[in-house]
Design a protein. Structure first.
Length: 271
């Protein structure tokens, strides 16, 4: 069986996420000659990449492709739909990363698309360490799913969902999650400053700590609880801090409220 990467692909929207995905596909060995970019406001960086890789940009008469990846802003779907329709042939796989746009929304606005995958990548895709949750519509065949898995896997891990309804919760955990981690760095640094450290040193320490802990998670197969226990000596300083964070009114209920708020907002935007 050959590579699941498609021979032809059209990317509609080459912003931060679309551009990150494009770089991932090229890194997997996909030929630039088979890729077309459509974006009326394409950046100079993307134009330079396209020129270097032989990628067509905004052709006057773009043809249909084996895969169309829709990466515009969600609010542009209605405006873009007629031109996207023309890119979709009978065998085309449509992959959408538009937040809040369901398989039903996409099918209604793009009736030419018989095979649709809805995906929710996150920001670390820009450094090839993202995680993408994906849900396949009923028209997606096994080979098309393998193609989608290969393309989405070009920027990190892929988690397939049996129930599209889980995507709002996914958005609240991994989609918005990087912002929670960045805020943790901010608050840890601020706590260090309150404890007497110079602000710049506190920020460097907090930043490096989160970077290192994240790398440990990436390299280890151990559960996070085990990793936590491994750095916690009974009666020590870490245990003293965790007694606050793991208290009944500590981090756990706060995180539950935060994720619930993000999920509610995702549901509102989807509705």
């Amino acid at each position: 069986m050959g590579s699941p990467l498609p021979q032809t692909l059209t990317l509609v929207g080459a912003g931060k996420m679309g551009g990150a995905m494009l770089e991932g596909w090229l890194g997997l060995g996909m030929a630039g000659a088979g890729i077309t970019l459509i974006d009326p406001h394409i950046s100079d960086a993307m134009l330079q990449l396209a020129a270097a890789e032989g990628i067509a940009v905004n052709p006057a008469v773009p043809g249909t492709a084996e895969v169309v990846v829709l990466a515009t802003k969600p609010q542009m779907l209605d405006t873009a739909a007629p031109s996207v329709q023309a890119l979709i042939g009978p065998q085309t796989l449509l992959i959408s990363i538009l937040a809040g746009k369901t398989l039903g929304d996409l099918s209604a606005r793009l009736p030419n698309a018989s095979a649709i995958v809805r995906a929710m990548p996150n920001l670390p895709a820009s450094v090839k360490r993202g995680v993408t949750a994906a849900a396949a519509g009923p028209g997606v065949g096994r080979q098309q799913r393998a193609v989608a898995d290969a393309l989405l896997g070009g920027v990190g891990r892929v988690e397939w969902l049996d129930d599209e309804g889980l995507i709002d919760a996914v958005t609240a955990v991994s989609g918005s999650g990087p912002a929670y981690v960045f805020n943790l760095v901010e608050t840890l640094a601020a706590a260090g400053t309150a404890a007497g450290l110079p602000a710049d040193l506190a920020e460097r320490l907090a930043r490096a700590t989160i970077e290192g802990a994240g790398e440990m998670l990436f390299r280890s197969d151990l559960p996070p609880a085990t990793l936590r226990q491994n750095v916690t000596s009974p009666g020590g300083t870490t245990a003293a801090a965790l007694s606050v964070l793991m208290a009944e009114d500590g981090l756990a209920p706060l995180m539950r409220r935060a994720v619930a708020a993000a999920k509610r907002r995702a549901e509102e935007l989807s509705g």
